[in-house]
Design a protein around this ligand. Structure first.
Ligand code: SF4
Ligand code: SF4
Ligand code: SF4
Length: 173
């Protein structure tokens, strides 16, 4: 349950860890602060999710997430706190692999968590130079009509090359 009276459609481009974070940000904002589990517990849950989406999570964090989420659900005073952890519990049950990919592979399968994205150029590149010209940190090199290459150490993951390439030659994942 992520709300009431509505249906939310998500596809493979939606990261389920980020979706959980989105809903938790809302409840942290809306918490009236009267009871401790909701006021403090949800903030701790949010911190853990932020850690995972930045690629700094551990498998122990997943155990902590579940334990804390269940405690908040059981001990909060009103419906807001009692339902706030639902997106986390639900996605842990149904999209466990996505959490693991963020933690173990440092990869966001949906390609949505910016800190985990990497950009590279594939063999479709025709060497038009458009990406090199828009890159704000000049980390793309290559000659005209030859395949270009991204220096991933310098890349700031702005996505400008991905947006401008008309040949599907930039991989993001
Ligand atoms: S669970 Fe309800 S009463 Fe408790 S802090 Fe959250 S909003 Fe307030
Ligand atoms: S914009 Fe695309 S085709 Fe052009 S050089 Fe860059 S990667 Fe290659
Ligand atoms: S994502 Fe941005 S910084 Fe990275 S290579 Fe592409 S244009 Fe350059």
């Amino acid at each position: 349950m992520m709300g009431s009276g509505g249906m939310i459609v998500l596809d493979e481009d939606d990261c389920m860890v980020a979706v959980s974070k989105f809903y938790l940000e809302f409840t942290v904002e809306e918490s009236c602060g009267k009871c401790t589990p909701c006021r403090i517990g949800n903030k701790r849950l949010l911190e853990i999710l932020e850690k995972i989406t930045k690629g700094n999570g551990t498998m122990e964090d997943l155990e902590l997430l579940r334990e804390l989420a269940e405690t908040i659900k059981d001990t909060s005073l009103c419906g807001l706190g009692q339902t706030a952890p639902n997106p986390i519990l639900s996605t842990l049950d149904n999209f466990w692999d996505e959490y693991v990919a963020h933690i173990v592979d440092k990869r966001c399968p949906a390609g949505s968590c910016e800190d985990l994205l990497t950009y590279s150029i594939n063999d479709k590149c025709i060497g038009c130079t458009a990406c090199a010209r828009v890159c704000p940190v000049s980390c793309i090199e290559g000659k005209v009509k030859e395949k270009h290459v991204i220096d991933t150490d310098k890349c700031i993951k702005c996505g400008a090359c991905y947006d401008i390439c008309k040949f599907g030659a930039i991989d993001r994942g």
